[in-house]
Write a protein that binds this ligand. Structure first.
Ligand code: XMP
Ligand code: MG
Length: 184
């Protein structure tokens, strides 16, 4: 489909599936079923986290509920400034709930640190993060991320929800783009 645009497959479909199962089992063990906080509430960050959210939710051996939020960070298309605007907010109150943010990728970590502050102020019982991918920069930022699928090099990646100019989200794997795509 996009074979001519993809320079390399960084993480295969099988690797994503395997790691998602591992994360789901580890994370589920922390949330006792039948707790007074109710079902674990997954908050997916649109649009990049859509495929990870749906695969992760189905891999979790505990009941969950789902909410989505869309945010846009001011800055250039390839780096974020940390100033964030809410494009779509949650439909429900999260006070007293166990909340798990489901992210596609953490790069500078600025978007996530803003999101954590914003959601904390709504008084959830607990607030944690799982991200499929993490770039090296993110390690420097003071955001507590307990669970990371894959640490990847500082390269622009697409697929499995991640886009370049809204394309390639539908690739089933994570790949790097051929530089010709963004130079011509
Ligand atoms: P920060 O820098 O605030 O930003 O952690 C995270 C957001 O930046 C986008 N991002 C990417 N999107 N391929 C993408 O398709 C990438 O390699 C990439 N790196 C960062 C993404 O929207 C993420 O939520
Ligand atoms: Mg994102």
């Amino acid at each position: 489909m996009y074979e001519n645009d993809i320079a390399s497959v960084l993480i295969s479909e099988e690797q994503i599936e395997q790691r998602t199962k591992e994360l789901a089992e580890t994370i589920a063990a922390r949330y006792p079923v039948g707790a007074p906080e109710g079902d674990l509430l997954l908050i997916g960050v649109l649009k990049g986290a859509i495929f990870f959210m749906t695969d992760f939710a189905r891999a979790l051996p505990i009941p969950t509920q789902m909410e989505f939020m869309a945010v846009s960070s001011y800055g250039s298309s390839t780096s974020s400034s940390g100033v964030v605007r809410i494009l779509k907010d949650l439909d429900k109150d999260i006070a007293g709930r166990n909340v798990l943010i489901v992210e596609d990728i953490i790069d500078s970590g600025l978007t996530l640190s803003w999101l954590m502050r914003n959601l904390s102020s709504r008084n959830p019982a607990s607030l944690e993060v799982v991200t499929l991918l993490r770039k090296p920069e993110a390690v420097k930022v003071d955001v507590h991320v307990a669970d990371v699928g894959f640490d990847i090099p500082d390269e622009f990646v697409v697929g499995y929800g991640l886009d370049y100019d809204e394309r390639y989200r539908d690739l089933p794997y994570i790949g790097t783009l051929d530089p010709k795509v963004y130079t011509d």
